[in-house]
Design a protein around this ligand. Structure first.
Ligand code: 1CP
Length: 323
């Protein structure tokens, strides 16, 4: 998860060459390069496409920019009129550079690692689209969803269509696994979680599976707590990424019998390194490595992470012999 990024000096050097972050995502030469950087260093088994979830609102016609040191800033969508100005028509044309990046990566990697594509889930995309930036309690999006569920459903439906089309197109161009990031799933109460996380994701997985049979789908409803189980059973994902707050023993008992589990090292343990890193890694592997499992962090890698701690982690995981 977020393998590339600000913790690698070689990433920062490439980043300086791009005018702005979105342009960076749409420049295949640069996107291919930074996708491959962590793989060259550590030889992970999976390589995640360098892009961002917010290319979809951008492709739908919403104004999106990444302000330096501040994260994403979007011209907010807050009415039916705002939704009606978005359009699916230019989605694939606008995202053509991302597909070009995928084709080149697929040639470079050629079976030596799994090429992972991704998209944001409708709820998480809607949060950014409605709030206009990150770092909120998602209050505006949640209030809109309560006060005018039919209007909000219109936005979600558009995002279901966009996400499904985008993921299928990624596979046509060479990705071998897809991940759906629902980073803000955990702010919702139970009924809202069912309506805005489980239902749209179920629709996407169903349509995706019909178009791309055999291509695994990993879901990441961050912060879903005990609802992770219903999420897996109802959406039909092949794998689920669990955040660091999920007890590994629970993940083993409740989830590993129904899907592959991915996770869930605390990204702060990777910053800390030393004994904490060794201990936490062994605890996760000791509990989960006996079943279907993908070792990963519980959330994106932090910019202050020392690259040598990542090297240590790769060594620990690869050397694990089921002790
Ligand atoms: O160089 C920089 O300053 C940009 C930092 C950065 C990077 C490296 C952003 C801005 N996006 C990315 C790439 C990215 N984002 C990838 C590519 C894979 C990789 O780098 O290894 C992926 C899979 C994402 C997904 C993403 N973007 C998510 C879902 C996963 C998660 O972390 O929860 C989300 C929520 C975003 C939005 C986003 N993009 C960037 C930032 C800083 C944010 C978060 C904004 C916030 O605080 O809410």
């Amino acid at each position: 998860m977020r393998q590339a990024g600000r913790y690698l000096p070689e990433y920062r050097r490439v980043r300086e060459r791009a005018e702005d972050f979105l342009r960076f995502c749409y420049t295949p030469d640069l996107a291919v390069e930074v996708t491959l950087q962590p793989w060259r260093r550590y030889g992970m088994d999976g390589v995640i496409l360098f892009s961002d979830i917010l290319v979809v609102p951008d492709a739908l016609g919403q104004a999106v920019r990444f302000a330096e040191g501040q994260g994403p800033v979007l011209e907010p969508v807050r009415s039916v009129g705002d939704i009606s100005r978005l359009s699916l028509d230019r989605l694939c044309g606008h995202l053509a550079p991302v597909f070009e990046t995928i084709r080149r990566l697929s040639r470079e990697i050629s079976g030596d690692a799994a090429l992972i594509g991704f998209a944001g889930a409708p709820w998480t995309l809607a949060v950014y689209m409605v709030e206009g930036h990150g770092g909120t309690d998602c209050g505006r999006a949640r209030t809109w969803a309560y006060n005018a569920p039919v209007e909000f459903q219109g936005l979600i439906d558009l995002l279901v269509d966009a996400t499904t089309t985008y993921l299928i197109e990624q596979v046509k161009n060479g990705v071998e696994v897809v991940q759906i990031f629902d980073s803000w799933a955990g702010v919702l109460g139970e009924s809202q979680f069912r309506q805005w996380v489980i239902a749209p994701t179920t629709e996407i997985v169903g349509r995706f599976r019909a178009a791309c049979p055999g291509v695994p789908v990993i879901g990441f409803p961050r912060g879903a707590g005990v609802l992770y189980k219903d999420y897996v059973e109802q959406t039909g994902v092949d794998g689920v990424s669990v955040d660091s707050t999920v007890p590994v023993q629970w993940a083993r008992e409740a989830l590993q019998g129904i899907c592959t589990v991915q996770g869930n090292l605390d990204n702060q343990a990777l910053v800390a390194g030393g004994q904490a890193l060794d201990r936490e890694t062994a605890r996760i592997l000791g509990t989960l490595a006996g079943g279907p499992f993908i070792f990963n962090l519980g959330h994106g890698i932090l910019p202050e992470t020392p690259p040598e701690h990542v090297a240590r982690l790769a060594e620990l995981v690869r050397g694990w012999a089921g002790r």
